[in-house]
Design a protein around this ligand. Structure first.
Ligand code: GDP
Length: 444
């Protein structure tokens, strides 16, 4: 999970202060010390840490906090707000051109994730804002970059403009924009070349591309895992190109969060999107306030709801509700539900969005075992339609066949059948209790 180690440290600290009936200045000092250490360990820029800690200390010892009825919670609120401010406060929206097409330029070092992010974002904006994107392959130096963009474009059904690798990137961009206009594409995403280090030749070329393309957004793509280096890279690119935003990739593997927490303060450039995986749908708009809540274990219900809305089929959800009410859902429905939830992303990430998930016993160190869920899917898939509809007919020879077919053991099959039976029994009791008490019915 993103920011796991930082989140763990900060949540320990917050736990100590949360339930306190009275909070003294000494308590606040102790908390501030621990927050400082946690941030430094997470590789947050030391100047950023210094001013952050003095701000929370100043606000937390303020009269209205320590004298309030719930001082512990008020202190945590201060930390949450300041963390959100550190990452940019409110979410920053995309700039769309008043007169289309909107042009987005992707710049950054090699391997940061430019090509991947250009395709992910083209797909994201097409869906979210109903645009007709075209991508321009202007990375003529990395041998496979053009092919890679074409492959991603093919998968997503988004056109890619290329003139091969023998024409100058500036010319490719100029002609690409002409073509996009002619074909009424109202969103253009330009993938440019990166280098291993920032160098002048690269910057000159990017300045020329900027001059011919008049971008509405210039996104620096940086790899979160490079920590403070990412911040230095951002400063150099910003000096030459006046960035409008940062796309921070590989947050899924970044347990520390140093770059994400420092980049806005040091460069003044907001993070607009974050990459959370290699798949094409693993990109999210960045909401500093929600991320701050996630880091402090306060959950992020809004993002969870948005994910559900984007992926869960409403018709199916209604049908499921009906089946649950009548306790007539089958193993097939169960399989369907697993599929719907899995579409939303890795279960670990979903769990991190649930408020208080960290408070459950053992949850903090629990890795959700996706393999176990694969197993459940395999077992159900190995059943015949009749068995799925009426698991009571599954006798011992059927159990043996199902275990063999799904590559599991008879004990695994037995466990699943028992769980399913218990679940149905529980639903029956629950529905019995809530019958007639409409107001208390959680499915309303
Ligand atoms: P470019 O050289 O900047 O164009 O980088 P690429 O787009 O080719 O990406 C480099 C590698 O990083 C590829 O293997 C991508 O799949 C991977 N990558 C990009 N974004 C993410 C992300 O958000 N999470 C993870 N885990 N991998 C990513």
């Amino acid at each position: 999970m993103a920011f796991e180690s930082l989140a763990g440290r900060l949540q320990e600290t917050m736990k100590k202060i949360r339930g306190k009936g009275k909070v003294s200045e000494a308590d606040v000092k102790q908390m501030a010390r621990e927050v400082r250490l946690a941030l430094l360990e997470a590789d947050v820029n030391f100047k950023v840490v210094k001013s952050f800690v003095s701000r929370i200390q100043e606000r937390a010892v303020g009269q209205e906090v320590l004298k309030s009825l719930t001082p512990g919670q008020q202190v945590i609120k201060v930390v949450q707000e300041e963390l959100a401010n550190l990452m940019g406060g409110d979410q920053t929206k995309l700039n769309f051109a008043l007169k289309p097409p909107t042009v987005i330029l992707f710049v950054g070092l090699q391997g940061a994730g430019k090509t991947t992010s250009a395709a992910k974002l083209a797909n994201f904006i097409r869906k979210a804002n109903n645009k007709k994107p075209m991508m321009i392959a202007a990375d003529v130096y990395r041998p496979a970059a053009i092919k890679q963009l074409q492959t991603l474009g093919g998968q997503l059904n988004i056109p890619v403009f290329t003139l091969g690798d023998k024409v100058s990137p500036v010319e490719i961009v100029r002609q690409g924009i002409e073509q996009a206009k002619a074909e009424h594409n109202d969103l253009i995403l330009i993938d440019t070349a990166g280098r291993l280090h920032v160098d002048d030749v690269l910057m000159d070329e990017l300045e020329q591309i900027k001059a011919v393309s008049h971008p509405d957004e210039i996104f620096l793509v940086v790899d979160a895992m490079t920590g403070q280096d990412a911040v230095n890279v951002a400063s150099s690119f910003n000096d030459r190109l006046d960035l409008t935003g940062v796309i921070m990739t590989k947050l899924d593997g970044d347990t520390r969060g140093g770059a994400a927490l420092s980049i806005r303060s040091v460069t003044g450039t907001p993070i607009k999107f974050v990459g959370m995986g290699e798949k094409m749908d693993a990109i999210e708009p960045f909401h500093p306030d929600r991320m701050a809540s996630r880091i402090l274990g306060m959950g992020d219900v809004l993002s969870l709801i948005e994910k559900a809305q984007a992926t869960v089929d409403e018709e199916k959800a209604r049908e499921m509700e009906r089946k649950l009410r009548s306790v007539s859902f089958t193993l097939d429905d169960f399989l369907d539900q697993i599929g719907q939830v899995r579409k939303m992303g890795p279960l670990d990430d979903l769990l991190a969005m649930m408020p208080g998930a960290n408070k459950f016993k053992g949850m903090k160190n629990m890795q959700i075992d996706e393999k176990k869920i694969d197993q459940v899917e395999a077992i159900i898939r190995s059943m015949t339609p009749m068995e799925k509809n009426d698991p009571d007919i599954i006798n011992s020879s059927r159990r043996k066949r199902i275990a063999l077919g799904s590559g599991t053991s008879i004990a695994d099959v037995n466990r699943l059948l028992k769980q399913f039976k218990d679940m149905k029994k529980m639903m029956k009791q629950f529905m019995g209790k809530t019958k007639g008490k409409k107001r208390n019915n959680p499915f309303n």
